[in-house]
Design a protein around this ligand. Structure first.
Ligand SMILES: *Cc1c(COP(=O)(O)O)cnc(C)c1O
Length: 510
């Protein structure tokens, strides 16, 4: 009896709960000042021996302070622990960013990577044969999974891989006496790094528009192709989450005028183990190890973007690369050994820690497991598509690949924007999806669940999205304008922060 009473207990609605606290802290979530604001000058976490008297030879130039804050060790530990708890990452919750492939980083990868953490890149090659073997083995997996014969391992991200690929294509055209080729075709839905790369390499960017079905316009490509075109840059599956069905036909047309086909492989997660990019006619493609192959990313690094290359492009690949000669792995590091190479793009040999993690991921999944990654990623995205298509506005007819694109037509007639909607998602404990990208639809909501999310997580997300969409359609604009309510900071002036970032603490002493 007493038991059932306890279960039916309801909090009296008359109790007013103020959200203001004496300290500014909320529950055990501590309001954190900057480390400089916690400075107690002269305090140090370490006992230093007295410094012997020295005679200064630099007079007025001697600094009185270098401005480091004085804190005890426990203060420093608490500061950084609290900051880390304010961070949201793939380990804290669902992170459905479209195009970015925010998937789980398996712990086995971390364990394996630790085994190699004390190597130095300048060690004699005879002492790092195991590490060179990892680079060579990963290269073998990448060429096997793409069907292309060569791979440049050193690029440090997808964007860096694009630079590598377009420089390689530029060198191949130059070697063939084709320097008049000054145009690169880029699809309208492309990631901004595609036109940026082409422009950085001195090319004129020509944009190919999308069809109403969200794919590239093949006729527009064919009309734009001539002997002045160096390359086309296409993403497949594209950033609308759709497979470019005419890709083989497009590749043939590109090759017929002597141009190269660069594929942005950021979305390889949807087709890994299912399709060989070489069979699609691709000459060059970057692979984001931090997307498809589960190495950690976010916060600007460390990424890794190896670039697979056709036989025609391979002689121009950057340095260094690993060859197996006279019974040992050897690094080819100098132009004297590889005179047609575009040279070095990065210090040392690439992101060794990421190579190790990616190879651990591949070997723990096996070839059948990698195929299942693609299948499950596509299944999860289509589950979301089906469940949400009558509540949000689906931009293009399904089925989709690994990500699903909605736009803001479902918010029409309300005073609510995609941004407001995303802020309300944060209150519900979900990192928002990619917004306002791709640019081919208005107010985009691009959702990529990846293969890692359970049905429970997806159902919770879907139910939350349905309730929020209903709330939005009832035009409860004030509710959305006030979101997020429960974050340590609420709406920030993001434009001002991007245009006038304050990157340096200035104390009164300065
Ligand atoms: C992520 C991404 C890139 C850039 O890759 P980074 O590794 O972030 O430099 C390029 N194109 C597409 C479609 C992407 O999703």
């Amino acid at each position: 009896m007493g038991h059932s009473q306890a279960l039916s207990f309801k909090r009296p609605s008359s109790i007013e709960v103020s959200s203001v606290t004496i300290t500014g802290n909320k529950g055990l979530c501590i309001e954190e000042p900057l480390i400089f604001e916690q400075d107690t000058s002269g305090l140090s976490g370490t006992d230093w021996p007295d410094i012997a008297l020295v005679t200064s030879h630099i007079g007025d130039l001697a600094r009185q302070t270098i401005g480091l804050p004085g804190l005890s060790e426990p203060q420093v530990v608490r500061h950084y622990t609290r900051l880390s708890q304010k961070n949201f990452g793939i380990d804290s919750g669902f992170y459905p960013l479209g195009s970015c492939t925010m998937k789980h980083n398996p712990r086995i990868n971390e364990k394996i990577a630790r085994y190699f953490s004390d190597l130095h890149p300048l060690q004699p090659q005879s002492t790092v044969q195991g590490a060179l073997d990892i680079i060579a083995t990963l290269a073998k997996w990448l060429t096997t999974l793409t069907g292309l014969p060569a791979v440049a391992m050193s690029p440090a991200a997808g964007a860096h891989g694009e630079l590598c690929g377009i420089m390689t294509i530029h060198a191949a055209h130059a070697a063939a006496g084709q320097s008049q080729r000054h145009i690169v075709l880029v699809s309208e839905s492309a990631h901004g790094t595609n036109p940026a790369t082409a422009a950085a390499c001195g090319y004129t960017v020509r944009t190919i528009k999308a069809t109403p079905q969200g794919r590239v316009d093949v006729d527009a490509i064919k009309a734009a192709l001539d002997e002045n075109v160096a390359a086309i840059m296409l993403t497949n599956p594209n950033t609308c989450g759709l497979f470019e069905r005419d890709i083989v036909d497009i590749a043939a047309a590109v090759h017929a005028v002597g141009a190269y086909f660069y594929c942005d492989g950021a979305n390889f997660n949807a087709i890994v183990g299912k399709v060989l990019p070489a069979d699609l006619g691709i000459d060059c493609m970057h692979i984001n190890l931090h997307k498809t192959f589960s190495t950690p990313h976010g916060g600007g690094g460390p990424g890794s973007g190896p670039v697979v290359l056709s036989a025609a492009l391979a002689p121009f690949a950057p340095l260094p690369y690993v060859v197996f000669k006279e019974g040992a792995h050897q690094l080819v590091e100098h132009l004297s050994e590889s005179p047609t190479s575009i040279g070095r793009l990065k210090g040392f040999h690439g992101q060794m820690g990421m190579f190790t993690r990616a190879l651990a991921y591949m070997m723990s999944h096996g070839s059948d497991g990698l195929r299942q990654v693609a299948e499950d990623a596509v299944l999860n995205a289509n589950y979301i598509l089906e469940k949400l298509k009558n509540h949000l506005s689906l931009s293009f007819e399904g089925p989709c690949m690994h990500e699903v694109l909605f736009d803001d037509r479902f918010l029409k007639g309300t005073d609510i924007t995609t941004l407001d909607f995303a802020k309300a998602m944060i209150d519900e404990g979900f990192h928002p999806m990619t917004m306002y990208f791709p640019l081919v639809v208005r107010g985009a909501l691009l959702i990529e669940p990846t293969e890692c999310e359970s049905k429970q997580t997806l159902d919770q997300f879907i139910n939350m999205m349905i309730v929020l969409a209903d709330k939005a359609k009832s035009n409860d604009a004030a509710y959305f304008a006030a979101a997020p309510r429960f974050t340590p900071r609420r709406r920030l002036d993001e434009t001002l922060a991007a245009r006038q970032p304050v990157l340096r603490w200035q104390s009164e002493r300065d």
